[in-house]
Design a protein around this ligand. Structure first.
Ligand code: NAD
Length: 487
């Protein structure tokens, strides 16, 4: 075991981050280390009054500083400096991520921090390049479409990849000239707090980016229902997304982006490169121990290759190296909490009761932390909980098909439509199926996002509303105004 850092002595940012400084409060919510279940720290909960203060400060700074009105190129330059600082602080940011989240230190440093900085740079590029339009009108008139920032964006993030999730929110909001009040998950707040500190160091006006800590019902609801929040950007469960829609409808109309849960299929035809498919599928369900919104949790395989494929995936799974998130050699993540691992156990048990056969895994791993074995469940039909429920763990179900029509029907989930994978060497079938699959993203002969942030991400059906990433996310951080002038 090569320890990257000592989790017991790591300095943790303390308190909320409001108006450019840390604001401490009574410790209310305990944070545990998923790798060994030990208590790490505790955080305060921002009540409605503190959230109100944070939002008012962000709104005032957005109005009174020149963030939204300066030369767009200057805004882009400051954001690039922010990204450079993220790169420079990669070591510490990765430690803050690894100490409380499920991200192994090597992945946090080599992937999450790099992605975080790149996301900020990607959105910075829009600031001085993407503008409004002059549209065709009568010659005696001029019609213009303007895009304007909302003022303050209220952002709420989940715990599974905190740095990337924060960047998805900060990048478009700031590039478009908004202020932002962000609530990270109560289980993984530290890297987001430090990002806000770096934002100020980069030259983003203090108070424009405020981080409030707390849970969903108290702090989250105070953000989503606040009258000065012009738009809500939420990533998390479908259950919480539905609650947020109700809360917003109850307190006033405002736009929202909801990036929610998934139960994504991976369809493998017999003509596919089976080794490639097995590697991609194993990676997609073991990455972050399946705690990924787009985890490819439903394998839908042509009957003639299903057994071979399952055996190859199981072999990849066996090579995973579980360990402490602060160990350089760890490649397999713990589950975030006791609550979450118990939920995985309950769903797998229910799946077995409903007839699922365990091909591999199907239980907790020997550990003082929250580790669940990479699992394959066969013999499931479309009513089995392993197929219906978003497990958010390393559990892959297998269903088989004999025709393309059956494959499409099985791939179509009644509730979710976040992503889909498709493995085939038949180009016509790939295009035909890509059109038929009901999902916001289709990956063919690969599974998972590339670093092409230009591709928007977001779900169909109960997997969400609106897009993160891509030009869509930047445009989504602004509202549209039509101007018609009689000349
Ligand atoms: P969660 O919904 O429990 O919590 C997400 C965040 O929302 C947390 O910060 C939480 O405190 C807050 N929250 C909870 N209830 C709220 C409410 N009523 N009002 C306001 N805020 C509230 O989700 P989680 O367990 O942290 O994350 C896992 C879920 O996130 C999974 O369902 C996963 O699929 C989803 N997710 C989706 C994407 C995507 O891009 N579609 C990306 C990552 C995670």
């Amino acid at each position: 075991m090569t320890l990257s850092f000592d989790p017991a002595t790591l300095h943790l940012p303390k308190g909320h981050f409001i108006d450019g400084r840390y604001v401490e409060g009574a410790d209310v919510l305990e944070i545990r280390r998923p790798s060994d279940g030990k208590p790490l720290s505790a955080i305060p909960v921002a009540d409605a009054a503190l959230v109100d203060e944070a939002i008012n400060i962000s709104a005032r700074v957005q109005r009174q500083s020149d963030w939204a009105t300066c030369m767009p190129r200057d805004r882009a330059r400051i954001l690039r400096r922010f990204a450079d600082l993220i790169d420079q602080e990669a070591g510490y940011l990765a430690q803050l991520e690894a100490v409380c989240s499920t991200r192994p230190i090597t992945q946090a440093r080599q992937s999450d921090v790099v992605n975080c900085a790149d996301h900020i740079r990607f959105f910075a590029e829009f600031a001085d390049k993407e503008g409004g339009q002059v549209v065709p009108t009568a010659d005696a008139q001029m019609g213009m479409i303007l895009h304007e920032p909302y003022g303050v964006i209220g952002a709420i993030a989940p715990w599974n990849v905190p740095l990337s999730m924060a960047a998805w929110k900060l990048g478009p909001a700031l590039a478009a000239g908004n202020g932002i009040v962000i609530k990270p998950s109560e289980m993984t707040p530290f890297s987001t707090l430090y990002l806000a500190e770096l934002a100020v160091r980069a030259g983003i006006p203090a108070g424009l980016v405020n981080v409030v800590l707390g849970d969903g019902p108290t702090t989250g609801t105070a953000i989503t229902t606040h009258p000065l929040v012009g738009k809500v950007s939420f990533t998390g469960s479908t259950r919480a997304g539905a609650q947020i829609m109700q809360d917003i409808a109850r307190t006033g109309i405002k736009p929202m982006t909801l990036e929610l849960g998934g139960k994504s299929p991976q369809v493998v035809f017999a003509d596919a490169d089976i080794d490639l498919a097995a590697a991609c599928i194993a990676r997609s369900i073991t990455g972050n121990a399946g705690q990924v919104c787009v985890a490819g949790s439903r394998l839908i395989a042509e009957k003639s290759v299903a057994e071979e494929l399952a055996a190859k995936i199981a072999k990849h799974m066996a090579a995973m190296r579980p360990g402490k998130t602060w160990d350089e050699a760890t490649t397999y993540s713990p589950i975030i909490s006791e609550t979450q691992i118990s939920r995985i156990e309950a769903i797998v048990d229910a799946a077995k009761t409903a007839g699922a056969e365990v091909v591999t895994g199907g239980c907790r791993m020997e550990s003082d932390g929250y580790f669940y074995a990479p699992t394959i469940l066969a013999g499931v039909d479309e009513t089995n909980p392993a197929v219906t429920e978003e497990i958010f763990g390393p559990v892959l179900s297998i269903q088989t098909f004999e025709t393309e029509e059956q494959a499409t029907a099985l791939a179509t989930h009644p509730t979710y439509g976040l992503a889909s994978g498709l493995f085939t060497r038949d180009l016509s079938r790939a295009i035909r199926m890509s059109r038929k699959l009901e999902a916001g993203t289709v990956w063919v002969n690969r599974y998972g996002r590339s670093r092409d942030m230009i591709l928007p991400t977001g779900g169909y059906k109960s997997s969400g509303l609106g897009k993160d990433l891509g030009r869509e996310a930047y445009m989504g951080a602004m509202r549209t105004k039509s101007v018609l002038i009689d000349l």
